[in-house]
Design a protein around this ligand. Structure first.
Ligand code: URA
Length: 204
């Protein structure tokens, strides 16, 4: 269920994101642009329903999105991926799951959750770096407990270890990413990766 973005622009943007000399302002713009590509990729199978409109010339049966969407960023780095979704899908609901990684143990813990009703929606969880998979699994558990049944995970960079962990815990959740990297290092950072995404996004 791993979908790796297949577009030359994706590879171009990811390389610029990886570059340690890319300043936060540029990093945020690149994050927005890769987010647009991923948002399109992750929603290419959205259901449609018939919608009748009148063109200036005649009646026409067109199509409209059939199911409402929710985008759920995992705080804080996931915030950088919300705008592409709200720009492409202005009616999207936005919820928040606050998880932070303990820098010593690398284990995630929850500190905030605010969710719209999820049962009837396509839920897109956004988290730029799928590293150990611990945060993603915790977030998916929380969203399922809150009633979500149709969930996708959207990440900019994944580690093979993280993908394995998410697939083992949630085998029906598709993962969309722009890059599947080599491995995690001893501190659970992705290699080659791009460093701490939140720090680079916010200049901290
Ligand atoms: N989170 C990040 O921001 N970067 C990594 O490499 C791993 C987790």
């Amino acid at each position: 269920m791993l979908h790796i973005l297949n577009h030359p622009l994706g590879a171009h943007i990811i390389t610029q994101l990886r570059d340690r000399t890319t300043p936060p302002a540029t990093f945020r713009t690149l994050c927005y642009r890769i987010g647009l590509l991923l948002a399109l990729d992750a929603t290419r199978d959205l259901a449609l329903k018939d919608e009748v409109v009148e063109t200036p010339l005649e009646k026409h049966t067109g199509q409209a999105l059939a199911k409402p969407l929710a985008v759920i960023p995992i705080l804080r780095a996931g915030l950088g991926m919300v705008e592409p979704f709200t720009d492409l899908f202005p009616d999207v609901s936005v919820g928040y799951v606050g998880l932070e990684r303990d820098h010593e143990t690398a284990l995630p813990r929850s500190y905030y959750q605010k969710l719209p009703p999820l049962a009837d929606k396509r839920v897109l969880v956004v988290d730029p770096m799928l590293a150990t998979g611990g945060s993603a699994v915790l977030a998916l558990d929380a969203l399922i407990a809150a009633g979500a049944t149709d969930i996708s995970l959207v990440c900019i960079v994944c580690s093979p270890e993280g993908v394995k962990v998410v697939e083992a815990a949630h085998p029906t959740v598709p993962i969309f990413t722009a890059a599947l990297d080599r491995e995690l290092n001893a501190k659970k950072y992705i290699l080659p990766g791009l460093g701490d995404f939140g720090d680079r996004l916010y200049g901290t």
